[in-house]
Design a protein around this ligand. Structure first.
Ligand SMILES: [Zn+2]
Length: 311
């Protein structure tokens, strides 16, 4: 008889929900609105209600539910306690205790959203590796470290904050975290564009970038693929920053490989090739040649990873 589990990926605007069978197949997915009113106190009751309704609709007993995996956009300790999640209005919250109480379902596991997405990608059919590091290049740079199938959280739930690895020592502008020279300042979508403007202000070379009113990271990759020399220089420099960061990461955890996700990863192979090129220069010899792959699950990585915490 089939058993089920739920993957619940809580975001700032929506909660993505997935129902899986015990072999990890997704049978249903849907979204509910994240109600952040009253310090986010409605979020977990809303999730419990959505699960109850889904089980009733499909005529499934709670005895056939193996557990619920939950991803939250904040630091998580001991796979249960969320330590201040400003995006949701939460202070310190024992999510496991709350959700057990609300649903009557035991076996609740909680993880940071970036870590959980990494777990989802690690266990995806295309990858299926036990130890991977995922870098998510979006508005910021997030990360997740999975070693021997386990999310690495650290003592403060801050392990895997890969966007704040320092890759430059002469930076004068501050990162959102307060430090200067963080990877996120160069490898996030906003950082890539900022670096382009810096280059254009400091040089006079001809490039189609100068004719674009509002440059995006995509413009830079598109022009690089067309052979625009300045765009190629910018992508090369991006590969340099990511390559050196990945070489440091590899020195600590020696993963089976790296996965690159987030909106910026839509650039595809040109991005991967430039990271690999520099990674193999900076990494020590036994760590060279690791595979770099593009993320495949997109927005569903979170719910898959949440389910993986249970299965
Ligand atoms: Zn930073």
């Amino acid at each position: 008889m089939a058993k089920y589990c739920f993957g619940v990926d809580i975001g700032g605007t929506t909660v993505k929900m997935g129902m899986f069978t015990n072999d990890g197949s997704l049978v249903d997915k849907w979204e509910i609105v994240t109600n952040k009113e009253d310090n986010g106190s409605h979020i977990l009751p809303d999730i419990a209600k959505a699960i109850d309704e889904k089980l009733a609709k499909k005529d499934i007993s709670k005895e056939d539910v193996l557990g619920i995996g939950i991803g939250v956009p904040g630091p998580v300790k001991k796979a249960r306690i969320v330590n201040k999640c400003v995006n949701l209005g939460w202070g310190v919250l024992d999510v496991v205790e709350q959700v057990e109480k609300l649903t009557g379902i035991k076996n609740i596991k909680v993880g940071n959203d970036a870590n959980v997405a990494a777990l989802g990608e690690a266990h995806s059919k295309e990858s299926d590796k036990d130890s991977i590091v995922m870098l998510t290049l979006g508005t910021g740079v997030g990360g997740g470290v999975i070693i021997d199938g386990n999310i690495i959280c650290g003592s403060n739930g801050a392990a895997g904050e890969l966007g704040h690895i320092q890759v430059r020592f002469d930076e004068e502008d501050a990162c959102g975290c307060g430090k200067k020279g963080c990877l996120e300042q160069y490898a996030s979508a906003t950082g890539i564009v900022k670096e382009a403007h810096r280059y254009l202000a400091a040089h006079t070379d001809e490039t189609k970038l100068r004719s674009i009113e509002c440059i995006t990271a995509k413009d830079i990759f598109d022009l690089a693929k067309e052979g625009d020399k300045v765009a190629l220089t910018l992508v090369d420099s991006l590969g340099n920053y990511l390559g050196v960061a990945c070489s440091h990461i590899a020195s600590v955890v020696d993963p089976d490989g790296f996965i690159i996700g987030g909106g910026v990863s839509k650039a595809g192979n040109i991005l991967i090739e430039n990271i690999e090129k520099y990674y193999n220069i900076y990494a020590m010899e036994p760590l060279r040649g690791k595979p770099f792959e593009l993320a495949v699950l997109g927005n569903d990585a979170g719910i898959y990873g949440c389910a993986s915490m249970i299965l």
